[in-house]
Design a protein around this ligand. Structure first.
Ligand SMILES: [Zn+2]
Length: 268
């Protein structure tokens, strides 16, 4: 089993993504940048939150052996404890983060996806399956979302869930277990390749498989310079993780498909 990753701040900003890897497991967090002028009730910034969540998830992964939802719930609870005395944890604008966790056992992969940090799994037969949590994209009421709408539906049934101040969010994540050959995890600073730039996941894996996650981030940055996205941030923190070493079906040729030259495949 091999896990490689890259994480890079948006140019000129502090990185609010986190990636942590261990023996057969990996975690990706994408802290939500606080909107200007919003009173969060918290004296900490989002980097404090993602650091505490990452540390607590890591401790749980190494010591408790809980399932992934239980692990994240415990990490959120521990993080709450770390600032309950100084901050208003009932404030719906308290700092928050996405969370994606994968853990391999044999040829099976457990996954957890909470918020906009997808996990993409290649099955032993060679197909790619994206696992995402897009509830924030489908809030009732339609766009543009008002600030009040988002506040009222955060960590609420029928709304969307984030890692912040309610451990229940962990149990509302998208979870499951699948046979796998390899898996990727991405923050939306990288998955914009698919969502904005029209790439497919096969192309994303072609770049990572041939040249690694750091090259994938470089592809994102060069596209952002040559063809800035029409909406949203020009650059975002960008994180990609690649886990290889699962099971590959002999009928698929015994090895994963890799193009000889990924630049040809993605037209660069
Ligand atoms: Zn706080």
């Amino acid at each position: 089993m091999q896990i490689t990753y890259a994480t890079e701040a948006a140019p000129g900003y502090v990185n609010e993504d986190r990636a942590v890897c261990g023996d057969g497991w990996a975690v990706v967090l994408d802290g939500a940048t606080a909107p200007d002028g919003v009173e969060s009730g918290c004296i900490h910034d989002v980097t404090w939150l993602v650091n505490h969540l990452a540390a607590a998830i890591t401790r749980c992964m190494l010591t408790t052996g809980d399932d992934l939802a239980g692990t994240l719930a415990l990490a959120i609870a521990e993080t709450c404890t770390a600032h309950a005395a100084t901050c208003d944890l009932a404030n719906p604008d308290s700092p928050s983060s996405t969370a994606a966790i994968i853990r391999a056992h044999g040829s099976e992969l457990d996954y957890l996806v909470l918020g906009d940090s997808p996990v993409v799994v290649r099955t032993p037969g060679g197909d790619l399956r994206a696992i995402s949590d897009d509830r924030l994209s489908h809030l009732p009421g339609g766009r543009p979302y008002s600030r009040e709408l988002v506040r009222s539906l955060r960590n609420q049934p029928g709304g969307f869930w984030v890692a912040s101040t309610d451990p229940e969010a962990a149990y509302q994540a998208v979870t499951g277990s699948v046979p796998f050959a390899e898996a990727g995890m991405f923050t939306d600073g990288v998955s914009r390749l698919v969502e904005i730039y029209g790439y497919d996941w096969e192309q994303v894996f072609a770049v990572m498989g041939a040249s690694g996650p750091a090259e994938l981030v470089s592809v994102v940055r060069s596209l952002e310079m040559s063809d800035p996205p029409g909406l949203g941030k020009k650059h975002d923190d960008a994180t990609a993780v690649l886990m290889t070493g699962g099971r590959v079906e002999p009928v698929a040729g015994g090895r994963l498909r890799r193009p000889a030259n990924w630049r040809t495949l993605i037209g660069m």
